[in-house]
Design a protein around this ligand. Structure first.
Ligand SMILES: Nc1ncnc2c1ncn2[C@@H]1O[C@H](COP(=O)(O)OP(=O)(O)O)[C@@H](O)[C@H]1O
Ligand SMILES: N[C@@H](CCOP(=O)(O)O)C(=O)O
Length: 319
């Protein structure tokens, strides 16, 4: 149950009133999630029922949150189906509940599809390209906080827990990615605000149509190709082996390119950036697994999954 901080009905009702969202009629803790406290909240306004999500941020601070919340607001204003943070009378979208930073967003309709087919992947590809283009003029800057600098900091911390063969793989891939980042071809890659965590469980579908994208709390400025690599590595692989499903890969890529065609440099570097994306999640899962933080990550994800995904990506490059 992802309620780390209890919020009373009266507290939630007062916040909803303050944001002009109407009278609270129902409220329930949200069972999913591993990082934040989430409540589904229903209100009545002008005789119509509205559905919201109240999030209390357990890890991110007041200082870190504006980049994510204003990015969501920016994308929502451009018609991308993302949660839109609700403002109070002063226009503030970052609130405080029980001393924690908090936000209220519209509840997206639909449900995640955890066993996607090519049609789902195509919609994800097209939406990802639309998001990249829509965020081009987003004025705030924040690096991907789970990018190369963090990998270099974190790899020495997790290495002591690994078998020699795993440690060798991790060191070798990190060296490859450090070298790649120093190349002109890499520096020329188009970049901007990216979601950076576009996994199956962060997208909603309703009646087979993509109805929403959420969980922007790993977003940051990075290459668009890295974001594409993250999505391909989750949506288009066989989860048991880590290997690509060529039909789903083709569907996602073609749909992405129907909105934003890749440049020649990007096509050439896609395999390398898919390796980067696999490395990023292998490192974060190792870190969560061996060095769990208090009050977060109740059930850490299996790191060996991304070790397999990385090995599969490296084999494909070598083939
Ligand atoms: N805006 C939203 N609309 C609908 N459901 C949401 C929304 N935000 C979160 N959820 C639901 O809450 C669950 C947990 O949210 P998530 O952002 O993954 O939490 P955490 O950051 O704690 O992992 C999601 O799996 C989803 O079912
Ligand atoms: N997608 C990541 C975990 C990110 O956590 P989230 O619950 O906030 O999406 C992974 O699978 O390792």
């Amino acid at each position: 149950m992802a309620v780390f901080t209890e919020v009373s009905r009266d507290e939630a009702a007062a916040l909803m009133q303050r944001l002009g969202l109407g009278q609270l009629v129902a409220m329930a803790g949200c069972a999913g999630g591993i990082e934040n406290t989430n409540y589904f909240v229903s209100t009545l306004r002008d005789g119509t029922r509205h559905e919201w999500v109240l999030t209390l941020f357990e890890r991110l601070t007041h200082a870190q949150l504006p980049f994510y919340l204003y990015l969501m607001q920016h994308l929502a204003a451009k018609g991308i189906p993302v949660p839109d943070p609700q403002a109070d009378g002063d226009g503030a979208i970052l609130h405080t509940v029980r001393g924690k930073p908090a936000a209220v967003v519209n509840r997206l309709r639909g449900a995640s599809v955890l066993d996607p087919g090519p049609q789902h992947c195509a919609q994800v590809g097209a939406m990802l390209a639309r998001m990249h283009l829509a965020a081009r003029d987003y004025p705030r800057q924040q690096p991907n906080l789970r990018g190369l600098a963090w990998w270099n900091e974190t790899v020495p911390v997790v290495l002591p827990y690994l078998q020699p063969e795993q440690a060798e793989l991790l060191r070798d891939e990190l060296a490859y990615q450090n070298a790649l980042a120093g190349t002109d071809a890499y520096r020329r890659l188009p970049a901007g605000p990216v979601h950076a965590d576009l996994f199956r469980d962060n997208v909603m579908f309703e009646d087979g149509r993509l109805s929403g994208v959420f969980d922007f709390y790993f977003a940051g400025c990075d290459t668009w190709l890295f974001d594409l690599g993250v999505a391909l590595n989750d949506w288009c692989i066989d989860l048991a082996s880590g290997h690509d499903d060529p039909e789903r890969v083709a569907a996602l890529l073609q749909a992405y390119e129907s909105v934003r065609p890749l440049q020649a440099d990007e096509t050439a570097l896609l395999p390398a950036l898919r390796r980067a994306a696999a490395l990023r999640f292998w490192i974060s899962r190792l870190w969560d697994w061996y060095l769990p933080r208090q009050a977060s990550v109740l059930k850490p994800h299996d790191p060996t999954h991304f070790e397999r995904v990385l090995r599969a990506r490296r084999q494909e490059v070598a083939a």
